[in-house]
Write a protein that binds this ligand. Structure first.
Ligand SMILES: *[C@@H]1O[C@H](CO)[C@@H](O)[C@H](O)[C@H]1NC(C)=O
Ligand SMILES: *[C@@H]1O[C@H](CO)[C@@H](O)[C@H](O)[C@H]1NC(C)=O
Length: 544
């Protein structure tokens, strides 16, 4: 079961320009390409087999009403036709997201048009960031079809290739005379596979004959290239040529990929739209330094580079411009008003750690940061948990709706003897306020706050309490049902959960609890018997 990390989501939404274009965009042709063109219209059922059958596909996810899609449609068709003639291995396809809603959701489509490059159904699709007119699209895709590994044959070719690199890149160095060997084929194949999957982000170079290795030695004096006996893989950083990292594990696709993913992360980078995914997909904790301006960043840069190098593979460090992304501090349980600040997020465990802002109102010194990081690595720092206080006994007795906060959320959800329906809300949310009276009535019917109640109606202010949930809380209110005697997720220790997606009305809610609950408690019966008692009381009263 996926364990949702609210704060990651929050940063994603801050960073992602959600550009769902509405009907007022420019218009030209039709968004759907001419049916006589070589563009293939794909439906959900054909999608996978089409991807399996075609090694390179550019897929456009579109909506017929979207203005920019209408501009792109004819260009896309023209590019497809020209590729169909010159490079029939390259396919262009379209998916209409108003019809294939689920397929588009699976691909995380947030705006139209979205273009993705796909290489079979196994490899993760890459975003297309090339031109949007016919000739440009065709050229870009032809480049994509070329080998991902550059294998220069002349020394000049090699040196100019190396000089042209601005970002970290990977070199495979094969031993002299490795030619024809079975091992060589294996290394080449693995290298090519990894290169293919990462070709957009990185350059892959392969070098094998002696002259080339010699010229590489003089280009990269810090690389140990004497008497290469088995294939070597080096990660070279053009901006820091003394830092060449060598891959030392046994070569296979996974280990080389993970080496690259760890090593291409800069010792101290910046987090922004381009780098967000790189950091979020790394399993390592992430240390954030929030700064107001470049001067503040410069003060700590050397310290963080040093720390990044020292703790490589244990923690990554990034700078974050508080003017743009300052609100993310809240998701780290820090005060966004007090910047510079330093906090660490453990994405795997969804825990946050921060240097006290009360003690460092002007921002932590580099010395304080170094000590904090050291203590963190040793496990000597406690996470910050954002929670409202636990409700008092009186509050519990007074409220039919059971108030959940971070401190009691997991305990209550571990109690498998009860059917629990939780409303995750935000205080500012209008739909939540509208639902509040229904929620109270529902809780009243079940006597939800009584210790012996088998049905618990609860709520949690999701803006004030940092909780892990077994399902994503994507909007407010999100109603999550934890049926009694439900299965326990071994990882989280929490119960299986279902998002309630029926009407938010009393009758539907009662019906749902009766149908889906472990105890099959009928709220209507409870309600009737309560009303009967009230009526009896009234009758008695009248008689008196
Ligand atoms: C694609 O190319 C093939 C082979 O040249 C041709 O038979 C076919 O009609 C073309 N398809 C379109 C839609 O132009
Ligand atoms: C509980 O309810 C009683 C009676 O309505 C009220 O006087 C009291 O202030 C309430 N206590 C709390 C903690 O809300």
């Amino acid at each position: 079961m996926k364990f949702w990390k609210f704060s990651t989501q929050a940063l994603a939404s801050l960073l992602t320009a959600v550009s769902v274009v509405n009907a007022s965009g420019p218009t030209d042709g039709e968004a759907a390409a001419d049916p006589n063109s070589a563009v293939v219209q794909l439906t959900t059922s054909e999608f996978k087999s089409f991807m399996d059958a075609n090694p390179l596909v550019l897929t456009e996810f579109f909506a017929p009403w979207c203005g920019y899609c209408k501009v792109l449609g004819p260009e896309f068709a023209q590019a497809a036709d020209s590729l169909n003639e010159s490079h029939p291995n390259i396919k262009l396809a379209q998916v209409d997201c108003t019809v294939e809603e689920e397929l588009c959701m699976e691909h995380g489509i947030r705006g139209y048009p979205s273009l993705k490059i796909m290489r079979g159904s196994e490899a993760a699709p890459e975003d297309y960031d090339g031109p949007r007119e016919a000739a440009g699209i065709a050229d870009y895709m032809i480049k994509q079809s070329l080998p991902a590994v550059s294998s220069p044959v002349e020394t000049e070719e090699l040196t100019s290739l190396i000089d042209a690199q601005e970002k970290p890149y990977i070199i495979q160095v094969l031993p002299e005379g490795y030619n024809g060997d079975k091992d060589k084929a294996n290394s080449d194949e693995t290298f090519a596979e990894v290169a293919n999957e990462n070709r957009k982000d990185l350059t892959f170079i392969s070098v094998e004959n002696k002259d080339l290795v010699d010229s590489l030695k003089s280009k990269l004096p810090k690389a140990s290239l004497n008497k290469v006996k088995s294939p070597k893989y080096l990660l070279v950083r053009p901006d820091s040529p003394e830092d060449i990292t060598e891959f030392s594990a046994t070569l296979d696709k996974e280990s080389l990929t993970s080496f690259i993913k760890t090593e291409i992360v800069p010792y101290f980078g910046d987090i922004n739209r381009d780098t967000f995914l790189m950091y979020m997909t790394s399993p390592l904790p992430l240390g954030y330094y929030f700064y107001n301006n470049e001067e503040e960043r410069k003060v700590v840069e050397e310290t963080f580079k040093k720390l990044g190098k020292e703790y490589r593979g244990k923690i990554n460090f990034v700078g974050l411009d508080a003017n743009v992304f300052g609100r993310h501090a809240e998701a780290l349980n820090m005060n966004p008003e007090v910047v510079p600040l330093f906090a660490i997020q453990n994405l795997q465990e969804n825990k946050k750690y921060g240097i006290s802002q009360e003690e460092n109102p002007k921002g932590p010194s580099t010395k304080t940061i170094e000590k904090f990081v050291k203590d963190f690595i040793k496990g000597k720092v406690d996470p910050i948990v954002k929670s409202e206080p636990l409700p008092t006994k009186e509050e519990i007795a007074n409220q039919s709706v059971v108030k959940l906060v971070s401190h009691n959320h997991d305990d209550i959800l571990k109690d498998t003897s009860k059917d629990i329906l939780v409303k995750y809300y935000a205080p500012w949310c209008g739909h939540c306020k509208k639902l509040a009276p229904t929620w109270e009535e529902l809780a009243g019917i079940f006597g939800s706050n009584k210790p012996d109640s088998k049905v618990v109606i609860a709520d949690l202010d999701h803006t004030a309490n940092d909780v892990n949930t077994p399902v994503e809380i994507a909007g407010y209110p999100t109603l999550v049902f934890y049926p009694a005697n439900g299965k326990i997720d071994s990882k989280t220790g929490l119960r299986e959960a279902v998002v309630y997606d029926k009407p938010r009305e009393l009758d539907s809610l009662i019906e749902y609890i009766k149908e889906q609950g472990g105890h099959k408690i009928d709220g209507n019966q409870l309600r009737e018997s309560k009303e009967a008692i009230v009526e009896e009381d009234e009758v008695n009263h009248d008689e008196l």
